[in-house]
Design a protein around this ligand. Structure first.
Ligand SMILES: [Zn+2]
Length: 170
């Protein structure tokens, strides 16, 4: 099967909400478990529903199985990159994501730390000044790196701003 956004969709995941008294694990939705119980009396865990040996609530399990799938990370990044200023670099990146290019990096953090540890501005063949400017004016950013044989793509996005793009040397 050819890789596409449609074939690459992933199952929805839910945090585990454990009712300690009843020793039963529910799937956490928005304010409620998927079976309709108030989350206020539950312990919410970092692991995902179904990931532990605690007995699972059958109603939540059925709701999880029936939940719509979610877009792959390629599709989610593609949709964010659509907001970037049109350029050949943007078109190349969108095409790579539509073809299933792997993400090497996806970090949301303080711009200063991202600049120091991940941006590697000196390894950029394109977009160095644009990325440096975005990193120096933002407090928090998301940085993504997309693997490509012609030089990996780098995407930096500050809160509420369109993403800016760069490309590493091949
Ligand atoms: Zn439940």
């Amino acid at each position: 099967m050819t890789w596409s956004f449609a074939t690459a969709r992933v199952p929805a995941t839910f945090a585990a909400a454990i009712d300690e008294q009843a020793n039963i694990e529910h799937a956490a939705g928005d304010g409620q478990t998927l079976c309709g119980l108030d989350l206020a009396r539950m312990e919410i865990y970092r692991h995902l529903f179904g990931g532990r040996s605690t007995p699972n609530c059958p109603d939540c399990a059925a709701a999880v199985a029936a939940a719509p799938t979610e877009p792959s990370y390629q599709e989610r990044l593609h949709d964010r990159v659509l907001a970037a200023e049109p350029s050949r670099l943007r078109d190349d990146l969108l095409a790579a994501l539509r073809g299933g290019a792997e993400l090497r990096l996806g970090i949301n953090g303080p711009a200063a730390g991202i600049t120091r540890h991940y941006a590697q501005l000196d390894r950029l063949a394109e977009g160095r000044e644009t990325l440096a400017a975005a990193l120096s004016t933002a407090t928090r950013v998301i940085i993504n790196e997309v693997v490509d044989g012609g030089g990996d793509f780098v995407v930096v996005q500050a809160d509420g701003a369109p993403p800016v793009l760069g490309r590493r040397s091949a």
